[in-house]
Design a protein around this ligand. Structure first.
Ligand SMILES: C[S@@+](CC[C@H](N)C(=O)[O-])C[C@H]1O[C@@H](n2cnc3c(N)ncnc32)[C@H](O)[C@@H]1O
Length: 172
């Protein structure tokens, strides 16, 4: 984690992923896979899923029996190769400006929502709540707190240092 924070500081987050989009690997992949598998069975996650900031497919590859689409501006080539799913190429800012095009039963964002600029987060959450009643955030941090005007926390689970938080839309 420290190493990646230093890389973010050196290049900036977007530039880091622009440079490394095709060789991205989450060093905590096993924890992400385990926590999503447990959440899927405990919380009965089903239907269609948007894997927001999908990286190389860490979340999508666990949800093989769901209808999953990825979204990531920098890793689409790698993601599509690893998962055979479609990847929408959009940044947080694009989502804020244009919104998402279709409805999803679930939006899952793993190890990435803290990368959204704090000032943009409320509008991003609004945009997500326009298309989905369920948002799952997987994070190794306390940040970001998505409880607010658009989502409310429903449940959470922590495994090692990683937490998954299930938020429900307030405007459903
Ligand atoms: C730490 S990785 C997480 C990837 C994957 N979800 C996982 O759990 O391993 C962060 C992801 O956020 C994406 N990302 C970086 N800046 C972004 C931005 N401005 N808008 C949308 N996604 C962005 C990166 O391309 C990268 O795939």
């Amino acid at each position: 984690m420290d190493a990646i924070i230093n890389e973010y500081k050196k290049h900036g987050v977007d530039n880091f992923y622009r440079l490394h989009g095709n060789d991205y690997e989450n060093p905590h992949r096993d924890i992400v896979e385990n926590i999503i598998m447990e959440a899927k069975s405990k919380w009965n996650i089903q239907g269609n899923v948007l894997d927001l900031c999908c990286g190389s497919g860490e979340v999508s590859n666990v949800l093989k029996d769901c209808d999953v689409e990825g979204l990531d501006p920098y890793t689409s080539e790698l993601y599509e190769k690893n998962t055979n799913n479609n990847c929408i190429e959009m940044t947080f800012k694009d989502i804020v400006c244009r919104g998402l095009e279709k409805r999803y039963d679930n939006v899952i964002c793993s190890y990435a929502l803290h990368l959204c600029e704090r000032s943009m987060l409320p509008i991003l959450l609004y945009r997500i709540s326009e298309v989905s009643d369920n948002l799952f955030v997987i994070t190794p941090h306390k940040k970001p707190d998505c409880d607010g005007e658009f989502f409310k926390e429903k449940e959470r689970m922590k495994r090692e240092r990683t937490t998954i938080i299930w938020y429900e839309s307030r405007i459903a």
